[in-house]
Design a protein around this ligand. Sequence first.
Ligand SMILES: NC(=O)c1ccc[n+]([C@@H]2O[C@H](COP(=O)([O-])OP(=O)(O)OC[C@H]3O[C@@H](n4cnc5c(N)ncnc54)[C@H](OP(=O)(O)O)[C@@H]3O)[C@@H](O)[C@H]2O)c1
Length: 304
Amino acid sequence: MIRSVLITGANAGLGKEAAKQLAAHAEIDMIYLACRNPEKALAAQKELEGETGRSIFKILIMDVSNLHSVRTAVQNLAKPVDALVMNAGGTGGRNFNRLNEQGVTEIFAVNLLGHAVLTEELIKAQKLIKVAMYAGSEAARGVQEMGMKQPEFIDSSVEEFISVCDGSLFGDITDATIPYGPIKYMGAMWMSAMARRYPEVRFITMSPGATTGTEGFNSLSFVKQYVMKTMMKVMLWLGKVHQVETGAQRYLRSLFDTSLVSGTFYASQKGLTGPISDQSKLFNDLANHKYQDNVYLAIKKFAD
Ligand SMILES: NC(=O)c1ccc[n+]([C@@H]2O[C@H](COP(=O)([O-])OP(=O)(O)OC[C@H]3O[C@@H](n4cnc5c(N)ncnc54)[C@H](OP(=O)(O)O)[C@@H]3O)[C@@H](O)[C@H]2O)c1
């Protein structure tokens, strides 16, 4: 039974909605809202308490893109959690391609490096008991509808994956949607490698699917924002995307549905909404253990 959950990026979008839906489960008596901004975290906590009538939300200050902040948050976590929802992420802000202290791009740090360190630290401290869920994306296997190609690698070596971490594979780009798919692909591969390393914990990568009503595109350039938001509106009208409630339901399914196989990446079977399926059937590289381990080693290089 899951009684406690830690959600990163819980003050908005899918993270906040997942917190709300989890509170409807009477057995859950602690939800940690891991957020970087104390004011936004407090506002979300108040809103969630008001909407759910439950006082089970505790703020844990954590900037996922800052490893010192991640490690401090793990130390500050008073009790172990049954479930971890790695939700913070997206397009990495205005300076998504800037290198941080570890030498990775901001977009890589928030989507993957911080979560990798968070998970390892929680396991090391025996503070993660049952299940870890990572917010994947259909972009990791390509999204024809949105003009995103399937990620392509020459040899899927450690070096090649390192070039995603530090952005050198992409060069001096201004469009954050270019590295986004390859980074989410690496996230799914890292989760699969973790599932083999730590069989006592379930590791599920789950895409929420194309979800409207979140703030996901707000940090893109003005033009790209306009293009993506317009595309989402048209797709919502065509029934090809869904609302935030549906996206968050996929998160909860990752935690509760034990028929989902640890180490597997689930996302929309077709397009960006509707039933989910094992994405390695659409993109075989996702099941390649050697490639998964190469991703794991590439991330490790920046994790200390
Ligand atoms: N929406 C979609 O269609 C879609 C599709 C596939 C996958 N996803 C994935 O789903 C996840 C959530 O997306 P969303 O659409 O809900 O995004 P969102 O509305 O932009 O919310 C993102 C949340 O992450 C937080 N965050 C960002 N950087 C952070 C950091 N360094 N440390 C801690 N928290 C941080 C944000 O906090 P601040 O308010 O402080 O910025 C916010 O609470 C992302 O990983 C995204 O890649 C979304």
